[in-house]
Design a protein around this ligand. Structure first.
Ligand code: APR
Ligand code: ZN
Ligand code: ZN
Length: 361
């Protein structure tokens, strides 16, 4: 039987979010209903509310979540009721041209639930990133549920569902950071901070954190940055070169998503080095670079979507490392809040006070 639960929705462009009652259908074939235990507040939720993603209001917000599988539909074999899972927005299809070539981390046809969750009057909701987890329960494709060790704190585990995975993956999957590398991370919020943490995990010898906010630089240091640069007062390209024997870093992760910080990343990398863009630009932004420099400096200019993660491979591994005390995922949870405090969390996020506010249910 369909259930009624409390959830946070964005009803109209720019309007404050509200807690309301939604209807969650029973899981159909290939679907699962998950009882949400925790869900982080991400920039993308705010972008949805501001109409920056599309116009398919009302949105059911929230997508960095962990919870317990409550029920599954016909044909579901990957999870069963009682499983502790992190929700992902890359439920790979196994059939598209990328999956078929053995590159499921780029799957072009990821799965979401087929049925719709609705308001009480039947209005269909658009779940953020196909998840919608600022809710007591949500309906997803079973492949969106990734089982991890239930010993992990839900508020921490859920963060792997988006921003923290994006940052760690930008470093270790996309940037291929390895033992002895020098890395610079421009923008050390939740995503950039996670790139710092991932770089340390991968054995980077030098990790240079760049931000315009000293609070973020202090956090980055705790996460493993060996050097910090405040780019409001210091030219970051010069500083990174100085810290790398005049050469530039092997890998530079851009975790802001702006043309000027991308240019910094481009020139702060060593010859044949790698730039990873994980910050999300807006549609009007344009990049101008001398093509001769693009050619002449060699190396790789890459983008990282969701840290090029493969949830089934990366989530359980990262949770295990966290439980062993080798990966401080807990550092990203700045505060835990109730379902009705998402709007205030957006404000705090804007003011740069938090890495992540996490709704705990
Ligand atoms: N130079 C360096 N750092 C900057 C600059 C700049 N010009 N502008 C902003 N920053 C820093 C901020 O001070 C902040 O610490 O970038 C960081 C951004 O962090 P958050 O706001 O916490 O955002 P985060 O969740 O890390 O996401 C980063 O990826 O998911 C996208 O939309 C998101 O584009 C954003 C990016
Ligand atoms: Zn696919
Ligand atoms: Zn997100």
């Amino acid at each position: 039987m369909a259930q009624q639960v409390k959830a946070v929705i964005a009803r109209a462009k720019g309007a404050p979010v509200e807690v309301t009652t939604i209807v969650v259908p029973d899981p159909g074939p290939g679907e699962a209903v998950v009882r949400i235990q925790a869900c982080g507040v991400c920039h993308t939720d705010l972008h949805y509310r501001e109409g920056g993603i599309n116009d398919e209001f009302p949105f059911l917000l929230g997508h960095e979540a962990a919870g317990i599988v409550e029920s599954v539909g016909a044909g579901v074999t990957e999870v069963e009721p009682g499983d502790f899972v992190v929700l992902n927005w890359r439920a790979v299809c196994g059939q598209c041209r990328s999956c078929k070539r053995g590159r499921p981390q780029y799957c072009f046809n990821t799965h979401n639930a087929k049925q719709k969750m609705t308001l009480l009057d039947g209005t269909e909701l658009s779940p953020a990133l196909g998840i919608g987890a600022f809710a007591e329960k949500t309906l997803v494709a079973a492949g969106q549920c990734t089982k991890v060790d239930p010993a992990a704190e839900p508020a921490v585990a859920g963060l792997l569902g988006c921003g923290v995975m994006a940052g760690i993956g930008a470093a270790i999957n996309t940037g291929n950071v390895g033992r002895g590398d020098s890395v610079a991370v421009i923008g050390c919020g939740g995503v950039g901070g996670a790139a710092v943490l991932g770089s340390r995990l991968a054995g980077a010898a030098k990790i240079i954190a760049v931000d315009i906010d000293d609070r973020k630089l202090a956090t980055a240091q705790k996460l493993g940055a060996t050097h910090t640069v405040n780019s409001r007062t210091t030219d970051p390209v010069e500083a990174i070169r100085e810290l790398t024997d005049g050469n530039g870093a092997d890998v530079v992760v851009e975790a802001v998503g702006r043309p000027e910080t991308y240019q910094q990343a481009f020139y702060a990398r060593d010859l044949a080095g790698t730039v990873v863009l994980v910050g999300v630009p807006t549609p009007e932004m344009k990049l101008e670079l001398p093509l001769l420099d693009v050619f002449g400096r060699g190396g790789a200019l890459k983008s990282s979507w969701y840290g090029d993660c493969l949830p089934s491979r990366d989530f359980p591994m990262l949770i295990d490392l966290y439980l062993q005390g080798r990966l401080d995922l807990g550092a990203f949870v700045t505060e835990t809040i109730e379902l009705d405090a998402v709007e205030q969390a957006f404000t705090r996020m804007h003011e740069g006070d938090v890495l992540r506010s996490v709704v705990v249910l």
